[in-house]
Design a protein around this ligand. Structure first.
Ligand SMILES: Cc1cc2nc3c(=O)[nH]c(=O)nc-3n(C[C@H](O)[C@H](O)[C@H](O)COP(=O)(O)OP(=O)(O)OC[C@H]3O[C@@H](n4cnc5c(N)ncnc54)[C@H](O)[C@@H]3O)c2cc1C
Length: 391
């Protein structure tokens, strides 16, 4: 097989890239290890920045999103039993964020790709990349017992944090930057209408909790837990009782409860590799960087990366110029590090750390007080949360 861009991974990064390349008239083949059912049901992110939403709508894959999404104009920070709203409309000149699950985005992109009759290879085994410094790099894999090879001009490594693209780069080329947090998020999906119209970030002496949602009928709720926590030690009753404690607020607000139908614990990590390129291979999304989910930036960063990558490939195929490809890593990293800073800051402000002492707790409360009372501080939070400009 021969194509222009070989894409490893059919997550948000790989599928959005394939879609944008198609609109530029550039051929691609997407190679993914998992099945269609698996990628369309994998529960992950749920909050899209305005830029991500605009891109999906403008490129023709936002029709269902527009019909089914929930638009949010702010968030609440809750501490000391009081809620404080950060009003995005007023602070950012009318920008909003959108609730629409990552796996719904994936369904829309897979449907668009298959409807256009474009190659999406699923359930590939033993995927590997070769000739990264050659004129014709390739992706090899096993399919129905047969070895296959896709030769291409360039490879896009969109295979997430545990993929094979980043580890295929020779030792000594990449520099890694990492912070691992001593806690994770226990996340649940529950058949219960959201208890609040907008997301509620709760700082509590027992640990952080987040109230969010997937639809008007389904709540998505998170609790900070130790990083090595066993999910079996969290029966449903314990989860609800802990959520009630950490989200308690003065007044007549009540936590809506219902049957829990999905639960898992996700570790928290900040991670970046530099550069996001080696030879003919470009990394995007979680393959190159991970953020703790507190700022809801992971999926949005993946989309921002591949938008830049698609523009660079478009310039190359239209003019032969490699200027944008050469600047890809530098351009992405400028935005990636700002999202890293914001995600780290939100995480540090809202979570209890193992080393917490009374000083740190007072300092965190003072910061929350400042962030919810100074217009300048609220604006800083709001403009980062809705998403910094792409260019
Ligand atoms: C449990 C969890 C909860 C999250 N919650 C949030 C949230 O609330 N908000 C937010 O913004 N972000 C969240 N994230 C992060 C967000 O989901 C990711 O940033 C986003 O999925 C990144 O997209 P991606 O395409 O780069 O990588 P991925 O979504 O990881 O996609 C990579 C794809 O590559 C495939 N693959 C892997 N190895 C290979 C291989 N060898 N060959 C071929 N294919 C391969 C994988 O199967 C996968 O389909 C969460 C992540 C997790 C794990």
């Amino acid at each position: 097989m021969r194509t222009q861009i070989g894409i490893v991974g059919a997550g948000p990064a790989g599928l959005v890239l394939a879609h944008l390349l198609h609109l530029h008239g550039i051929e691609s083949v997407v190679v993914e290890t998992r099945s269609r059912k698996y990628i369309e049901e994998r529960v992950r992110a749920g909050l899209l920045e305005q830029g991500t939403v605009n891109l999906l709508i403008e490129t023709g894959v936002g029709e269902r999103l527009q019909r089914e999404c929930l638009t949010h104009h702010g968030i609440e920070l809750r501490f000391n039993r009081r809620g404080h709203r950060i009003d995005f409309d007023a602070l950012t000149g009318g920008k909003t964020v959108t609730i629409y699950a990552q796996h719904e985005v994936i369904k829309d992109l897979v449907a668009a790709r298959l409807a256009a009759g474009l190659p999406l290879i699923l359930e590939a085994e033993n995927v590997s990349v070769h000739g990264l410094n050659s004129a014709s790099p390739s992706i090899r894999f096993r399919m129905a017992g047969e070895e296959q090879e896709v030769h291409c001009d360039y490879i896009a490594g969109c295979d997430g944090f545990h993929g094979i693209c980043r580890p295929s780069i020779p030792d000594g080329v990449l520099t890694e930057f990492e912070r691992v947090y001593p806690f994770g998020w226990l996340g649940i999906l529950a058949k219960a209408p959201p208890s609040s119209e907008e997301l509620v970030y709760n700082y509590h002496e027992r640990g952080f909790a987040l109230l969010t949602m997937r639809t008007r009928e389904i709540s998505r709720l998170y609790l900070q837990v130790p990083h090595d926590e066993d999910i079996n030690s969290w029966p449903d009753d314990r989860i609800w009782s802990e959520l009630r404690l950490r989200t308690a607020v003065d007044g007549d607000w009540k936590l809506n409860e219902g049957p829990i139908f999905q639960k898992n614990i996700a570790p928290m990590r900040s991670y970046v590799v530099e550069p996001m390129q080696y030879g003919k291979m470009f990394l995007a999304g979680d393959a190159a960087h991970i953020v703790p989910p507190t700022g809801a930036k992971g999926l949005n960063l993946a989309v921002a990366d591949v938008r830049i990558m698609a523009q660079a490939f478009a310039e190359f195929y239209a003019t032969g110029k490699t200027h944008l490809l050469e600047n890809y890593s530098q351009k992405c990293l400028r935005r990636v590090w700002k999202a890293q800073r914001f995600s780290w800051w939100m995480t540090s402000m809202l979570h209890r750390f193992d080393t917490d002492n009374a000083f740190d707790q007072r300092r965190q409360l003072a910061e929350l007080d400042y962030v919810t009372s100074s217009r300048a501080a609220m604006t800083t939070l709001a403009e980062n949360y809705v998403g910094l400009p792409w260019d």
